[in-house]
Design a protein around this ligand. Structure first.
Ligand code: ATP
Length: 611
C-alpha cells in the first residue's frame, strides 16, 4: 500500500473523531469555566481508579505483614495501624472519585442547557441570513432541518463521549503503568490484543456514519409523512381523502428499506465486535493465569495479586465502555458534520448601500429583465420591460404559472434578474441597501403567513418597529376593511388567532385575507404596494369596496396588483398581460379591450360567467 493510501485509510478510520475537536471548541466558547471543570474532573475520574487499585494492594500487603508480625509479637493494635491508614486512604480516594463523577454530571447538565441554547441560536441566526433560493433548495433544507432537530442533545453528547473516552484512556494508561511492574510483556500483549476490536469498532462506526449521511433524503421523507398524518392543518384532507392508509404504507416502505441496511450493519458489527473482543478477553485471562502462577510460586505478593486482578477486571470494563463510546460517536459526528455544513454555507453578500436614487420620483423601471429559477432550463420571465410612475396602479394578468409572482419576487429582491435591470428612482435595485429598499415596499403574497399571534400582532408584523402600536393597527385594519369583524371577536385586537395555542380563534379564508391586507397598510410610509391576489377569497361586495377605498387611500403610492378578477383589474391605470413569462399585451382596460387579444378574450369569458 502506498503511503498516500495508508494515510487515507487512517484518515477514514479516524473519521469518527473528526468533529470531537470542533465540539470541544464549541463547548469552550459556550462556557469556559464549565469546560475547564469538566476537563479537570475527567482527569481526576480517569486517574483515581488506578490509585484505588494501588491502595488495595497496599492494604492486602499491610494485612499480611501485620498478621505475620502479630503472630510473633502479639502487638495487635500496633500492627493494625498501617492497614487501617490505607483503608482510610482508599475511603478518601473513593469519596473523591464519587465527587468527581457527580461533579461531571452536574457540569454536563448545566452545559447541556447552555449548549442547546447556543446551537439553536447559531442555527436561527444563520437562517435569518439565508436567501429565499436556499430555503427552496431541498438538499440545503435537509441540512437545516437536521441541524435543528437534535440541536439540544447532540453537541453535548459528542463532548461527553469524547471526554469519556479520554477518561477511559487515562484509566487504561495508568492500569498499564501498574502492570508494567509485573511484566512489560503482559502490557504489550494486552494492548496488542485490544487493537483489532478497537479498529473494528472505529471502522463500523465510520461505515454507519456514511450510511446515515446518504440516507438523509429518505429520513426527511419519513418525517414529512409523519407531519402529514399528525398535524392539525393536514388532518382535514387526510381524513376526507382517506389518505391515512396510503401515507402509512409509504412510511412503512421507507422504514423497511432503511431497516434492511441497518440490520446488515448491526449484525456484522455485533458479530465482529464480539469475536474480536474475545481476543482481548482471552489475552487478559492468559495474563490472569500467569499472575496466579507467579503468586503461588511466591514471586509476587498477595497484595500485588489483588491489585492486578482489580486492574484486569476494571480494565476490561473500561475497555468495553470505551468501545461503546466510539460506537456512539458516529451519530454525534453525523450531526455535527451536518451542523457545520449548514453554518458554513456561503451567503451571498449584498453589495448595495444606496439609500436614495439618482432620479427621485422616477418610479420603477424594468429593463429587459429575464430570469430562470435555479435548476430550471425554462425561463420564468423573458425580456420584461415597463415603467411605472409614482401614484400609478399596475395590474398584472396572466394564466397560472405565467410568471406574475416571479416578477414580484424580483421586484422585492428575493431573487435577482439573470439579465436586464430593475431600477427604482433611476438606480439598479442591486445598488440599493436592501433594508432601505424593503422599507419602501409593502408586499402581501398569495400564500401570506397566518401567524399564530393575536389579531393586532398579525397586522403589526407589517411594520415590526410598530408591532405593538394599537392605534396603528386600527388605522391599518380600517384600510384593509378588517375593522368590522375584528370588533366582533371576543377580545378584539387582542384575540389570539389560529388553533395552536390556548383560546385561539380560527378565521375564514376571506377574513384572513383582510388581516393580510391590513398588514400591508401597516407600513404606512411604503411607496410601493404589492398585492398578489389579495382578494381571491373575499366576497364581491368586499372586493369592490376595498378597491374603491384603496384607490383613494393610495393616491401617491405605486401599486402592483395581481388578480384573476377583472372587476378589480379594470380599475388599474395600466395592465400587463403576461404569457409564458413574456409581456404580450400592455395598456389600459379600454385599450386592451379594443386590441381584442387575450385580455379581451379572458375579460369577456369572465363577464359571461356573471351574466
Ligand atoms: N420556487 C420556484 N422554483 C422553481 N420554479 C418555480 C418556482 N416558483 C415558480 N416556479 C415556476 O415558474 C413559473 C412561473 O411561476 P409564478 O409563480 O411566477 O406564476 P404565477 O403567474 O404567479 O402563477 P399563479 O397565477 O398560479 O399564481 C411556473 O412555471 C412555475 O412552475
Amino acid at each position: 500500500m502506498s503511503i498516500r493510501r495508508k494515510i487515507n485509510a487512517l484518515r477514514q478510520l479516524l473519521a469518527v473523531f473528526r468533529y470531537s475537536g470542533r465540539a470541544i471548541g464549541l463547548v469552550w466558547t459556550t462556557n469556559r469555566t464549565l469546560t475547564i471543570s469538566i476537563a479537570a474532573l475527567t482527569l481526576i475520574a480517569g486517574l483515581l481508579p488506578a490509585a484505588v487499585a494501588y491502595i488495595g494492594k497496599l492494604i492486602v500487603d499491610a494485612v499480611v505483614q501485620a498478621r505475620n508480625v502479630g503472630t510473633f509479637n502479639s502487638g495487635i493494635s500496633n500492627s493494625l495501624y498501617h492497614p487501617l491508614i490505607y483503608v482510610g486512604l482508599e475511603a478518601i480516594a473513593i469519596a473523591l472519585l464519587a465527587a468527581s463523577q457527580r461533579g461531571l454530571t452536574v457540569c454536563q447538565s448545566l452545559l447541556r442547557v447552555l449548549l442547546a441554547q447556543r446551537v439553536n441560536v447559531l442555527i436561527l441566526e444563520k437562517a435569518l441570513t439565508l436567501e429565499l433560493a436556499q430555503f427552496e433548495d431541498s438538499e440545503f433544507y435537509d441540512k437545516m432541518s437536521n441541524a435543528r432537530r437534535e440541536a439540544s442533545t447532540r453537541p453535548l453528547s459528542l463532548v461527553n463521549r469524547t471526554f469519556g473516552l479520554v477518561q477511559s484512556a487515562l484509566s487504561l494508561l495508568t492500569y498499564g503503568a501498574l502492570l508494567v511492574s509485573f511484566s512489560l510483556w503482559a502490557v504489550f500483549i494486552l494492548v496488542l490484543a485490544a487493537i483489532p476490536a478497537f479498529i473494528a469498532e472505529t471502522k463500523f462506526a465510520g461505515q454507519a456514519f456514511r450510511l446515515f449521511r446518504w440516507r438523509a433524503p429518505e429520513t426527511r421523507q419519513q418525517r414529512y409523512l409523519e407531519t402529514l398524518v399528525a398535524r392539525e392543518d393536514f388532518a382535514k384532507e387526510v381524513k376526507l381523502y382517506k389518505l391515512g392508509e396510503m401515507l402509512l404504507g409509504r412510511y412503512h416502505n421507507i422504514f423497511h428499506q432503511i431497516y434492511g441496511e441497518d440490520k446488515n450493519l448491526t449484525l456484522r458489527r455485533g458479530l465482529w465486535g464480539y469475536l474480536l473482543s474475545l481476543l482481548s478477553t482471552g489475552a487478559l485471562y492468559l495474563a490472569y493465569g500467569w499472575i496466579v502462577i507467579e503468586t503461588v510460586a511466591n514471586r509476587i505478593s498477595l497484595g500485588e495479586m489483588t491489585m492486578y486482578l482489580t486492574v484486569f477486571r476494571q480494565g476490561q470494563r473500561t475497555f468495553s465502555e470505551a468501545l461503546t463510546s466510539i460506537g456512539g460517536m458516529y451519530e454525534d459526528n453525523l450531526y455535527l458534520s451536518n451542523l457545520y455544513e449548514f453554518l458554513e454555507e456561503k451567503v451571498p453578500q449584498s453589495r448595495g448601500e444606496a439609500t436614495k436614487g439618482i432620479y427621485p420620483g422616477d418610479g420603477i423601471r424594468f429593463e429587459n429583465v429575464s430570469f430562470s429559477y435555479p435548476g430550471s432550463s425554462k425561463p420564468a420571465l423573458k425580456n420584461i420591460s415597463f415603467h411605472l410612475q409614482p401614484g400609478e396602479k399596475l395590474a398584472i394578468v396572466g394564466e397560472n404559472g405565467s410568471g406574475k409572482t416571479t416578477l414580484i419576487k424580483l421586484l422585492t429582491r428575493l431573487y435577482n434578474p439573470e439579465s436586464g435591470r430593475i431600477l427604482l428612482d433611476g438606480l439598479d435595485l442591486q445598488e440599493w441597501d436592501v433594508e432601505v429598499l424593503r422599507q419602501r415596499i409593502s408586499v402581501i403574497f398569495q400564500n401570506f403567513v397566518r401567524y399564530q399571534f393575536t389579531v393586532g400582532e398579525n397586522i403589526g408584523v407589517g411594520e415590526v418597529e410598530n408591532l405593538e402600536d394599537s392605534s396603528r393597527w386600527e388605522v391599518a385594519a380600517e384600510m384593509g376593511m378588517a375593522r368590522p369583524f375584528i370588533k366582533n371577536l371576543p377580545q378584539g385586537f387582542r384575540t389570539q388567532l389560529g388553533r395552536w395555542f390556548k383560546g385561539g380563534q380560527e378565521l375564514s379564508g376571506g377574513q384572513w385575507q383582510k388581516i393580510a391586507l391590513s398588514r400591508a397598510f401597516m407600513r404606512s410610509k411604503a411607496e410601493i404596494l404589492v398585492l398578489d391576489e389579495p382578494t381571491s377569497a373575499m366576497d364581491p361586495q368586499a372586493e369592490f369596496e376595498i378597491f374603491n377605498h384603496f384607490r383613494t387611500s393610495t393616491k401617491s403610492q405605486m401599486v402592483f396588483l395581481i388578480s384573476h378578477r377583472f372587476s378589480t383589474v379594470r380599475m388599474a391605470d395600466k395592465i400587463l398581460v403576461i404569457e409564458f413569462g413574456e409581456i404580450i399585451e400592455e395598456g389600459t382596460h379600454e385599450e386592451l379591450l379594443q386590441l381584442q387579444g387575450l385580455y379581451a378574450k379572458l375579460f369577456h369569458l369572465q363577464a359571461a360567467g356573471y351574466r
